[in-house]
Write a protein of this length. Structure first.
Length: 176
């Protein structure tokens, strides 16, 4: 069986979207573990990156609703791509704050959500920021948390690109 066609078929299953959702829930749980157990203070950029990650999760939920429907599936792809791209841009900016500090380029002091969705007021334990964006407070394998988010969001975009390309794969011909 053609690999791209197999990926296309997999994207038409709820399992594929569930796997994406589970990975997002695991990453969000990790962020909350860092915040509430390891006592690492999230900064404004961390919160925005967290929201971008949740955007991918909502796209996964949308895709899970009816993955065989091409419109729903493509809306899921669009949400996945838009959120992962925004997350990548935020992470790159956050890395810049950490490793190219400038008194003129700093992150906001407070998170800024729209009036119709004040997430920091609805769930302050998840969306309130009280850390410094330019501080490197945690590293793993020499990469800071925003650098890992660059890797994660870039990986999401690469995976999305493969899945989108697979949507144009044709069913392999059967000789018999």
């Amino acid at each position: 069986m053609n690999a791209l066609y197999a990926i296309k078929q997999f994207s038409e299953s709820r399992l594929s979207w569930l796997i994406l959702l589970i990975s997002i829930v695991a990453l969000e749980a990790t962020a909350l573990y860092f915040q509430h157990v390891m006592m690492l203070a999230p900064c404004v950029m961390c919160i925005y990156e967290r929201v971008a990650m949740m955007g991918v999760g909502f796209a996964a939920i949308l895709g899970m609703l009816n993955p065989k429907n091409v419109i729903v599936r493509w809306l899921g792809f669009f949400g996945w791509g838009a959120s992962a791209y925004k997350g990548l841009m935020l992470s790159l900016q956050h890395v810049d704050y950490q490793f190219n500090p400038s008194p003129f380029a700093t992150c906001d002091i407070f998170v800024s959500f729209p009036e119709w969705a004040p997430l920091h007021e609805w769930m302050p334990s998840v969306f309130n920021a009280y850390g410094d964006c330019s501080k490197v407070v945690w590293q793993f394998l020499t990469l800071s948390m925003p650098q890992w988010l660059v890797v994660i969001f870039a990986g999401m975009l690469v995976a999305l690109a493969v899945v989108v390309v697979s949507q144009f794969a044709r069913k392999p011909r059967s000789l018999f």
